[in-house]
Design a protein around this ligand. Structure first.
Ligand code: NAG
Ligand code: NAG
Ligand code: NAG
Ligand code: NAG
Ligand code: NAG
Length: 349
């Protein structure tokens, strides 16, 4: 505090000193005490006003003007109660005020849900007011509110974009002033969502007539978001024409941000409904053996731990995947299913 007063006091002195130098030597000598009182009054009023009102206002407004850019978020070591979250971000400011922002606990919540219940708390490190500063945080995130995290994941999965706010109370130290000023860090970021993994495709398919694991394939999952996450073993309900006909399994799934993830999948599927659908138009004629399958999340388990915050998000909606099942049966079993089905039409085996 004592240090803090110095530079400001000097400034106020200059203001008062100037007229004194400009003439009226006798006057000034006689009324020196008037100047002293004016100086003291100015110091007493100005210093607190500057230190307590002006500087914090400037500091807060500079912080408000700064931009937070999320370059990527990676979620690994996912467990039921915790996970490791890495955030790679950049803080962009005009760099004009030299200041240090204390480390702080920032909560993250969905801006467009009015309750603003945090789904994560992140320890942000100390930062400075350099024009461009990269801030990388990696920490264990204890899952305190599984519902809030599930809602965030659901929005991330379903929406085209979503707005996330980072909020925290912290302190700022302006260069030359030892006083700490409390400031609020609040930034809302708009980030791309996964759009229900639209565009997921399945190929390199094989099929057999076993009761279980009778379908294998490679799946290609696009990721439009900035978030990479470790899901582990995921299972999905599989529907054909609105009826559940089996289960799809994808093991060791890690969705990478901004890339198409290639993963092996297998499924246990009832043969009869598939054969029946293939024998009907448009699959048997116009669509040339392609059927639209729908999948919806069932379970997510990573190394023995259930991850309901991913499972429920994946279960919130279905996703349609067209598969060349006629071609698969032709290749794997040497069978072609004509219009009217195996018993109906003339079938070449
Ligand atoms: C995001 O998706 C959720 C769940 O599908 C929906 O309820 C919400 O309105 C969407 N929000 C925005 C901002 O698009
Ligand atoms: C399967 O699809 C992927 C992604 O579209 C493509 O890169 C790959 O070449 C395809 N594989 C075959 C055997 O067609
Ligand atoms: C799928 O792969 C598994 C393991 O490699 C194998 O046991 C199974 O027979 C395959 N099923 C088909 C339909 O290719
Ligand atoms: C996925 O399931 C397989 C087979 O049950 C198991 O060996 C593997 O460890 C599981 N992987 C993960 C990441 O949990
Ligand atoms: C950032 C981004 O959109 N990356 C990729 C995510 O997946 C889609 C669909 O395959 C790609 O086109 C994007 O380049």
């Amino acid at each position: 505090m004592a240090d803090a007063d110095k530079p400001i006091a000097t400034t106020s002195e200059n203001v008062v000193e100037k007229p004194r130098r400009r003439g009226c030597v006798g006057h000034c000598v006689r009324f020196w005490w008037v100047y002293l009182i004016v100086l003291i009054v100015l110091t007493v009023i100005l210093v607190p006003v500057i230190l307590l009102v002006a500087v914090p206002k400037i500091a807060q407004s500079k912080l408000d003007d700064a931009e937070l850019i999320i370059n990527g978020i990676t979620v690994t070591d996912t467990q039921t109660k915790k996970m490791t979250m890495s955030i790679d971000s950049t803080i962009k400011s005009d760099g004009k005020v030299h200041a240090t922002i204390e480390p702080f606990l920032g909560v993250m919540y969905l801006e467009d849900i009015p309750s603003h219940i945090p789904f994560a708390s992140i320890n942000f490190p100390e930062t400075t007011s350099e024009a461009l500063q990269q801030v990388k945080v990696t920490q264990t995130l204890e899952i305190k509110d599984v519902d809030a995290l599930t809602t965030f994941n659901t929005w991330l999965l379903a929406n085209e974009t979503l707005r996330v706010t980072v909020f925290g109370e912290t302190g700022i130290h302006v260069k030359g002033i030892s006083r700490r000023y409390p400031v609020t860090f609040k930034k809302t970021i708009e980030m791309p969502g996964l759009q229900m993994l639209r565009g997921t495709s399945v190929n390199e398919t094989t099929i057999n007539l076993d009761p279980v694991n009778n379908f294998n394939a490679t799946t290609w999952i696009p990721n439009r978001s900035l978030v990479s996450f470790e899901l582990g073993n995921a299972t999905f309900h599989n529907y054909l024409d609105g009826k559940e006909i089996g289960t799809v399994y994808i093991d060791n799934l890690f969705l990478k941000a901004g890339e198409v993830t290639k993963a092996d999948m297998r499924a246990t599927i009832e043969n009869a409904p598939v054969i029946e659908a293939l024998g009907k138009s448009p699959a048997c004629d116009k669509d040339n053996g392609w059927l639209d399958f729908e999948i919806r999340g069932k379970t997510v388990n990573n190394k023995g731990q259930d991850l309901p915050y991913f499972a429920k998000a994946l279960a919130a909606d279905t996703q349609t995947i067209p598969i060349d099942i006629g071609g698969t049966i032709q290749r794997s079993l040497g069978l072609t299913i004509p219009c009217g089905g195996l018993d109906g039409g003339d079938h070449s085996d």
